[in-house]
Write a protein that binds this ligand. Structure first.
Ligand code: SF4
Length: 235
């Protein structure tokens, strides 16, 4: 991604200064659809979660009171176990890819030091800036800043167009239009090690699968041992 900066850096930086003005405008029907999807998502999750939370809370309080009255558990033991189980459930939720997602852990993108130096400009004719088709979660910093667009139907994943590319990519120049403000996964992503993109980085052989329109949604040509969420995300 840095190499792309070398080629398109100045123009990208200037465009990036415009605080998101260069994002391609939505047409009204497109915007309405995205807002409707986002509201539907939020309302359906809220409604389902509220019902389940009420039911579970009543059940749990009744159970705890009974067990405590009978001297079978103490409240201290209960609190300790609650922390352990809580951590486990959060992991399960992440693994299923459900719920609202943010980058975790979160870094200050303007202080991020592990940027990767790749000769992107000379490789883009081969890789077609495929890294900008990978879905990834934004950070709270990105969302609060209000420059990077997120997918209203899938909070808080990067907003992607119908072609699968990030909405902030200038398609004709293959340049990031918010370069100065790009999220941490864009700064730290290292395609050299990513078999989804390069079969052989040194020999400049891209994975032919990147030419498939559905490449980002059917990433089976990936390294072993990763969860589905990891496979489909920038690190
Ligand atoms: S913000 Fe979008 S266009 Fe810019 S580097 Fe990241 S994925 Fe690519």
């Amino acid at each position: 991604m840095d190499g792309r900066d070398q080629k398109h850096g100045n123009e990208a930086t200037e465009m990036g200064d415009a605080r998101g003005e260069m994002a391609r405008p939505d047409t009204e029907p497109d915007l309405r659809r995205k807002v409707a999807e986002g509201l539907l998502y939020a309302h359906s999750r809220l409604s389902a979660n509220t019902g389940r939370t009420l039911e579970a809370t009543a059940f749990l309080y009744a159970l705890i009171e009974l067990l405590n009255e009978k001297g079978l558990i103490s409240i201290d033991e209960l609190d300790e176990r609650k922390r352990t189980v809580g951590d486990r459930l959060v992991e399960q939720l992440r693994g299923k890819g459900t719920g609202v997602v943010f980058q975790d852990p979160e870094y200050d993108k303007y202080a991020f030091e592990n940027e990767v130096d790749i000769d992107c400009a000379r490789r883009i004719p081969l890789c077609h800036a495929t890294c900008c088709r990978l879905p990834f979660a934004l950070s709270k910093q990105d969302v609060r800043e209000g420059i990077v667009r997120w997918d209203l139907g899938q909070p808080y994943m990067i907003d992607q167009g119908a072609d699968g590319y990030c909405e902030h990519l200038d398609r004709s120049a293959c340049a990031c239009t918010i370069w100065k403000h790009r999220p941490v996964p864009c700064r730290g992503f290292d395609c050299r090690k990513d078999k989804r993109i390069w079969l052989d980085f040194e020999k400049r052989i891209p994975n032919p699968a990147i030419n498939r329109p559905d490449w980002a949604r059917s990433l089976e040509a990936v390294e072993d041992g990763k969860t589905e969420t990891e496979k489909r995300s920038k690190p």
